[in-house]
Design a protein around this ligand. Structure first.
Ligand SMILES: [Zn+2]
Length: 343
């Protein structure tokens, strides 16, 4: 057990001492600094900045396994989010199960302290975005290796912008409706083909369709975004979706050539490849420097109840993490999660 802890410390040290890539002026890139954090910032939960430019403190993790979910791609360590986001996923897993969905496969949420990522996603930076697979949870526990390798299934017909009716079911629509009806959910991103399917098939209450927005990708998973939570004055809201169900010309545009045309001119660098701490909200420096909670387990959501330590975040806010670790009995220190290399 201590060996594993020491190995983790050694890894952390090598990450600190190792050469970070930097921008032209020699400033380290924010994605390297945030990507190196393995635990959240132990402080009051708060999101800073915007979904695609920010960070958060007081993060919690969704457990790798729950009664109605399994987290995927564990090696990425992106099971972290603002507590409101994590609790909402747990709640959705129960509500969806009641409606007949076999369980959630949970994709990326955020890094422990958010921020830009080394790979993937432009957003998911402030702990308020989560990807849920359209593939239902199998009726057995996947191994850690399977969670790296199993591929999600596209809901589209091969080479088409339209949903494959052999894959899409009313349960998929019910899952999206379940997620969209939570007041905290600000919007849900799906492939335009899926939005079209909903527009064509949803009867009765269609008000929830307003929150379901067409976007590139999102045929293997959907993306839940929640609004800026209470206690996050530094969080910038997104403009609400336009009124109506969105089954209009704005959707028709996705079925023209324009959105799929390759961009002209030289490729612009991705934001994450140039973003330094200076471009993030100033609070992100504090978030980066904050102490960690004593363990991952202390801030992991495993069911409807709040994790043991989560209610006492303030208590360990100022504690040196090494000290906190030595003050709890060895038997209470959970084994570190296996983190295979690669994505
Ligand atoms: Zn996403």
């Amino acid at each position: 057990m201590w060996n594993s802890s020491l190995r983790l410390l050694a890894l952390a040290a090598s990450l600190v001492l190792g050469a970070f890539s930097s921008d032209a002026a020699g400033e380290p890139l924010a994605k390297e600094l945030f990507g190196a954090k393995t635990l959240p910032a132990a402080a009051e939960p708060a999101s800073y900045g915007f979904y695609s430019k920010g960070c958060f403190s007081g993060g919690m993790a969704i457990a790798t396994d729950g009664p109605h979910w399994q987290a995927m791609r564990l090696s990425r360590n992106r099971r972290w989010g603002h507590p409101d986001m994590i609790r909402l996923i747990e709640r959705l897993s129960r509500d969806a199960a009641k409606a007949g969905w076999p369980g959630l496969l949970v994709g990326d949420i955020s890094q422990p302290r958010g921020g830009p990522m080394l790979t993937g996603h432009a957003s998911h930076q402030i702990g308020l975005d989560a990807d849920i697979w359209f593939t239902p949870m199998p009726n057995r526990r996947l191994t850690a290796a399977e969670r790296e390798s199993v591929s999600a299934v596209s809901m589209l017909r091969d080479g088409s912008l339209h949903v494959d009716d052999r894959k899409w079911t009313p349960l998929h629509a019910a899952l999206l409706k379940n997620a969209a009806r939570y007041p905290e959910v600000e919007r849900i991103l799906v492939h335009p083909g899926i939005k079209k399917k909903l527009c064509d098939t949803v009867r009765g209450d269609r008000s929830w369709l307003r929150k379901v927005r067409p976007f590139w990708g999102h045929d293997y998973h959907f993306h839940i975004r929640i609004s800026c939570p209470k206690g996050s004055p530094g969080c910038s809201s997104q403009n609400p979706p336009p009124r109506g169900d969105g089954c209009d010309q704005s959707l028709a545009w996705w079925f023209t050539e324009e959105p799929w045309r390759p961009a002209k001119g030289p490729e612009k660098p991705k934001a994450r490849d140039i973003m330094t701490l200076a471009q993030l909200p100033p609070a992100c420096r504090t978030v980066l420097a904050a102490a960690s909670p004593p363990s991952e387990l202390a801030v992991t959501v495993t069911g409807p109840e709040a994790p043991v330590m989560a209610t006492t975040v303030k208590a360990y806010d100022t504690i040196d993490p090494a000290e906190a670790l030595s003050s709890i009995p060895a038997s209470a220190i959970p084994l570190p999660m296996p983190r295979p290399t690669g994505r």
